[in-house]
Every structure is written in structure tokens, then in C-alpha cells.
Design a protein around this ligand. Sequence first.
Ligand SMILES: Cc1ncc(COP(=O)(O)O)c(C=O)c1O
Length: 383
Amino acid sequence: MTSRLNFICQKPLFDIPADVTYLNAAYMTPLLKEATARGQQAVAGKLHPWEIGISDFFDPPARACGLMADMIGAKAEDIALVPSVSYGAAIAVANLPLLPGQKILVLADQFPSNVYPWQEMAKAHQAEVVTMARPMEGDWTAELLAALEDEQVAIVACPQAHWTDGSRVDLIALGRACRAKSVALVLDLTQSLGVMPFSVKEVDPDFMVVASYKWLLGPYSYGFLYVAPRHQQGVPLEQGWIARQGSEDFTRLVDYQSAYLPGAGRFNMGERSNFMLTPIVIHALEKLNEWGVEAIAEYLSGLTNMIAERGQDIGLKVSEEVFRSPHLIGLGFEGGVPEGLTEFLSERKIYVSVRGDSIRVSPHVYNEAQDVENLFAALEDFL
Ligand SMILES: Cc1ncc(COP(=O)(O)O)c(C=O)c1O
């Protein structure tokens, strides 16, 4: 299958056997074969630590941040490396003001790593987390914009694509409204970055965090935090040596430095050099940037539209195209997902997730129309 922007299925770059239908990128993606080779080489590098030089502490992470910056229209120095979304959210909590009685907006059933930190913050400030109810037609943006009319709202913490069913938030409209009302915007883009266009220039969030092991084709325990320049003088979670100026000079590390690295440098996690995982991340981001997020989104929306149509044909519920993401779709079952369905699918080596009353289908660049055929042939046999 070739899309309008000439993107073609990239399955040969992955190690997915012909009898496996993997439609579960929202759970985690397979690594690219080349990224795996680079990772293996990096692990083997520790057999000979004398070959690991000082530049290996600094240059690869800087390259990873540069590639992330290219993807989101930021500068490399606006980006810190973090191990998880919860870590990035904790930095946002530590750096945003909140007064008693004020409100933090989150979406119903939002991923816990972007909910628990706000619940704790609200408790600490006698403030309140307000959970937006799931809109009937799937239009989260309209709900959020209406909720922003409440003067007590101080922070919105949300995704671009809901992790359960891919229902989308128009971040450009939301960002504009947040700025107009001086409301802070904190984004968890783990379920969309890499396959849905996003630019900090258009959205201007206060913080944006993303884990790399899903749509960014990266490894576990590796994420990025974008920090808007207006927060770059803030407080980090840790006080590690590598976030301070002059740390490249290993002979003078105990000439303790009060100055942090510029930009978002102070927010980096300890041991950010991460010799083994960084080469994997770099290769994956190089490929995503080379393909182009828009081309990927357009290719994947061809697949999700096909999934939506085929789902409706067999009586499953899907949200309207305008409220859907290009890459992640829920197929709703009246009265819940039938018992035994996921086991039946996995016996046929078809992999999707169950979230609530829906199965969540999430294709990536290694999928093609045949995968959709395999899924629906199995669903039709089961139902
Ligand atoms: C939307 C979203 N955010 C974050 C995560 C992972 O969070 P963490 O990096 O804190 O483990 C997931 C995992 O499924 C997710 O779906």
C-alpha cells in the first residue's frame, strides 16, 4: 500500500514474521532491526570500557535531543532526557504555581502517570482535579474549551490522542485558549508523537513529555521532556553532576559548580548518557524524521479508515473520523468485548489490546492492508 505522500509499508525493516499480525503499537512497538543491531553493539561496547570516551557521555544524548527537537520544532537545548512520563510530570508539578481552590483539568480515563501527579499536587495545595467526562460524540476539544471558561482553572494536563481509543484533542486550539487565559498546558504525547504532527511553535505547551517505547519506535525507560523557555530557570528533581556546567572536564568535577547547563539542561535525569539505549533512540528518530510525521500520519489514517469501515460493517462502534487519530482506533462492542475474543485472536497471532468495552487497534509503519484483512477475517469467524 502506498499513500498519497508516497509512504510505503516499512515491514522489511522489522523482524515481524509473516504469520504475525501486530496491531498493538499503543502497547509497545518492535524495534527496527538496524536499531537493535546498534543497541547490541552498544551493549558490547561495555566489554571494553577503555574505549568509551568522554564525548560518548555527551554527544549521543545531544544528538537524540536534536532529533527530537527537529520533530517538534524546538531547539535541542529545550529538551531534557527523562526515564518516564511520571518523571516528566513530576518536573511540571514542581514548577507550576497552584493556589488553593484552583483547578487542574484532566480527561476521563487518562493514563495514570499524567493523573496521579496532579492529584497529589491538588492535595498539597488545597486545589482540585476536575475530570472531563467522555464526550458523547468524541469531541474532547469542545469540552476542554468550555471548561476553560471557569476562571479557577490553572492547569490543563492532557494527551493529543486518548490512549484507550485514539480520540483526539486539537492541541493548537487548546494551546491558544490556554495562553489567552494564562492557563498552563502540560502534555503527555506518548500515544501520538512520531505519528501525529505536533509543533511547540503552534501549541506552545509549558511542558511536554513523551516515552519512546511506543510510537517513537524506541526502547523502554527512555523519554524526552520539552520545557518551554519560560520555565527553564526552574527546579529540577535531581542534583546530578552532569546537569551542571563544566561537567565535560572530568578532572575538575569536585570544583563544585552552582551553574546548571543552559536551556532545559538542569532537568536531565541522572546518567542521561545511557550508552546502551541512546544509539537505538537515535536510529529510530532518524528514520521517523526521514519518513516525516505527516507522511506517516497520512499512511496510517488510510489503515484506520479501513478498520473503521470494516468495523462498522460488522456492527462495531467507532468514533467519527474528525475526532479520531490517524493511528489508534477503538472498536466498541455493545455490552462489552465478548469473552475469549483476545485469546481467539492471539491464537491466530493477531495482537490488539482490550480497553474497556473496545478493542484498541493501533497500526504503525510496519502494517499494511493485509493486516486489516487478517483482523477482520478473524473477527468475522469469531462473531
Ligand atoms: C498515554 C501514556 N502515557 C504514559 C505511559 C507510560 O507512563 P510511564 O512512562 O510513566 O511509565 C503510557 C503507557 O501505556 C501511556 O499510554
